[in-house]
Ligand binder design. Sequence first.
Ligand code: HEC
Ligand code: HEC
Ligand code: HEC
Ligand code: HEC
Ligand code: HEC
Length: 215
Amino acid sequence: MSQLFKKSANLWPIYLIITLIVLSSGLVGFFWYYGSPEYTDVGYRPKQPVEYSHKLHAGDLGIDCRYCHTAVEVSARASVPPTETCMNCHSLIGTDNPKLDPVRESWASGESIEWVRVHDLPDYAFFNHSAHVNVGVGCESCHGNVATMDKIEQKKPLSMSWCLSCHRAPEDGLRPLDQVTKMNWKMPENHTEFAQQVIKDKNITPPTDCSGCHR
Ligand code: HEC
Ligand code: HEC
Ligand code: HEC
Ligand code: HEC
Ligand code: HEC
């Protein structure tokens, strides 16, 4: 017995080394995981408490994004509409449609609908909608063609390298201000001239230094 004990005691340095290797590969794994497309959730499309369709409302009915996402031009967050916004129409439309039951229940009880977040950056990264929308970066550049989605889905990786690739060359991400909420927007032929003029006039300099996005 004492022989055995001594032998295993001799193994402690090796255990220590193995532990260190496991720990450091865990650290590499951490950064790999957080930087990998899986974590960035392209294609993420959670089930929502109401079968609300952007394709129907923003596409077929042509309701502007800002009718519901009212804060998008004035604040960092775009905001999801309160039940009241839905009831502007649905107190009259679809009153016997069972798909609207949860909306009516929320209206009657005063408890907001618990929409599941789709796009979500980690807290250590700073993002601001108004700073983008007010210089002419369209919703479509970052959210895809929402007017074709029955259920909203994450279309872009929202990773650091994705943000930076536009910040380093923002030309293709800029459009006239009256087109920011337009879906399926086609870049005109003289786009480069237009974009260079906007960049000059508005002195557009998207941050590429760490403190610009990690404040
Ligand atoms: C009639 C109201 C309404 C209109 C119009 C509307 N939305 Fe929405 N939007 C919602 C609601 C409600 C949600 C939350 C439920 C969901 O995610 O489907 C939402 C969610 C979203 C999300 C996902 C939010 C998250 O959790 O990450 C994006 C992106 C979005 N909308 C973009 C747009 C764009 C772009 C337009 C215009 C083309 C638009 N919306 C028009 C009501 C609206
Ligand atoms: C500007 C008017 C308007 C607003 C605002 C509006 N809707 Fe609608 N909604 C409609 C119309 C029109 C229809 C189609 C009715 C029909 O086909 O019978 C509809 C249909 C629906 C349906 C039924 C879809 C189906 O397949 O039967 C749901 C669910 C719905 N809306 C949810 C919402 C929610 C949730 C909100 C708020 C975030 C909202 N709507 C805001 C006009 C509106
Ligand atoms: C430059 C890229 C970019 C543009 C342009 C953009 N978004 Fe977003 N959006 C994001 C990111 C990134 C998030 C996640 C933010 C977070 O987690 O802090 C987001 C989140 C959202 C959300 C969820 C609520 C929130 O604010 O976190 C909604 C709704 C939304 N966007 C709607 C819109 C609409 C409508 C437009 C156009 C008027 C738009 N976005 C333009 C990148 C963008
Ligand atoms: C399609 C192009 C595009 C994408 C994608 C994009 N940005 Fe930007 N960003 C811009 C432009 C243009 C500006 C405006 C710069 C200015 O006004 O000088 C800007 C400005 C900013 C600012 C400065 C805002 C302020 O208040 O000073 C921050 C922070 C920022 N972006 C973060 C992000 C993050 C984080 C992402 C990725 C999740 C991202 N951006 C994706 C184009 C983009
Ligand atoms: C344009 C905005 C932007 C700038 C500039 C930026 N970052 Fe990031 N960074 C992000 C975003 C957004 C994430 C979150 C990515 C995700 O969720 O996948 C991130 C994530 C990270 C992470 C976590 C690991 C990873 O790769 O996802 C580290 C570490 C980091 N940034 C360091 C830096 C350093 C160092 C700099 C300066 C050289 C910098 N960042 C500049 C937007 C930015």
